[in-house]
Design a protein around this ligand. Structure first.
Ligand code: OGA
Ligand code: MN
Length: 291
């Protein structure tokens, strides 16, 4: 159960949550600043496991931002991020709500309702955020689970023939804020971002390759005719979403999860619309284009 890292690092109390992705870390109070050796050990574990879970945390928004800062520079929220009403306890510009709660008929946060397909956050932009964090404040009695899929495990087991056909190719990604609808490639606008990135992304810190397309946002392989592009994308989605690559997280109040958008994608299961769900969310900026 206790992973032993290299001797000069601190020992973390860790529990792997699935074979390929996600580890829980016990015994850390993240409302207090962490020392450098602990931060280094967490970063190393994160680069290996893509998703870290800490349960039972009691945070202020500043605590959440300090913790996010251990992984890089805290990123601005996307267009879908709304300022938090002060009546709801905060206005920090780098934190957004993910919530279905409505006040006077209007949602107080982003991504309010129901299920979401697998995606990589901000893949539709030139330099996507490398990490996202969610901290659970209110959770429904069932559903609203977040599923994380390992892009490395999916790449490593991909059919070699598909791999060969896609090696060196890029795919167009597109996202319309506030909507799960997919658009047409080549239709970027103020509301619709679009960018092309490698189908197989090399992680700049661990050197491993990951499948870097997803069902929600990836529209087309560049320089490939239809129907070949759609057929190959469908094969990639179906493979990368297999249960064996996935950790499904059932939220409890006080859970903090940080995930790596370079080598994992995530999805959300449906939940009852008449039950409240509220998460604080922040993110860590990328520093370079995916390659
Ligand atoms: C996100 C996201 C999933 C969830 O915040 O990027 O995909 O479970 N959230 O709310
Ligand atoms: Mn997301």
């Amino acid at each position: 159960m206790n992973d032993v890292l290299s001797p000069e690092t601190v020992k973390l109390d860790t529990v792997p949550l699935s074979p390929h992705i996600a580890t829980e870390i016990r015994g850390l109070d993240l409302a207090k600043p962490l020392d450098g050796a602990t931060i280094a050990a967490l970063r190393r574990l994160w680069l290996d496991r893509a998703v870290l879970l800490f349960r039972g945390q009691t945070f202020t928004q500043e605590d959440l931002l300090r913790f996010a800062g251990y992984f890089g520079e805290v990123g601005k929220r996307g267009l879908s991020g709304k300022a938090i009403p002060s009546a709801l306890g905060g206005v920090h510009p780098d934190i957004m709500f993910i919530s279905n709660i409505r006040k006077d008929g209007k949602t107080i946060g982003a991504l309010p309702d129901g299920e979401m397909n697998f995606h990589h956050d901000m893949i539709q932009t030139e330099i996507p955020h490398i990490a996202s964090l969610l901290y659970a404040i209110e959770v429904p009695s069932y559903g609203g689970d977040t599923c994380f899929a390992s892009g490395h495990a999916a790449y490593d087991t991909l059919d070699p023939e598909i791999k060969a056909r896609l090696e060196g190719k890029r795919a167009f990604h597109h996202y319309q804020y506030g909507s799960q609808k997919r658009g047409e490639p080549g239709r970027a606008s103020d509301l619709v971002d679009e960018f092309a990135h490698p189908v197989f992304r090399t992680h700049e810190e661990n050197g491993r390759k990951a499948i870097y397309v997803n069902r929600l946002m990836s529209l087309k392989i560049e320089d490939m005719e239809e129907p070949e592009s759609s057929e190959l994308l469908a094969a990639l989605f179906d493979h990368a979403e297999k249960d064996e690559f996935v950790y499904r997280h059932q939220w409890k109040v006080g859970d903090l999860v940080i995930w790596d958008n370079r080598n994992s994608m995530h999805a959300r299961t449906d939940f009852p619309s008449d039950q409240r769900r509220l998460m604080w969310r922040t993110q860590v900026r990328g520093t370079q284009r995916p390659y």
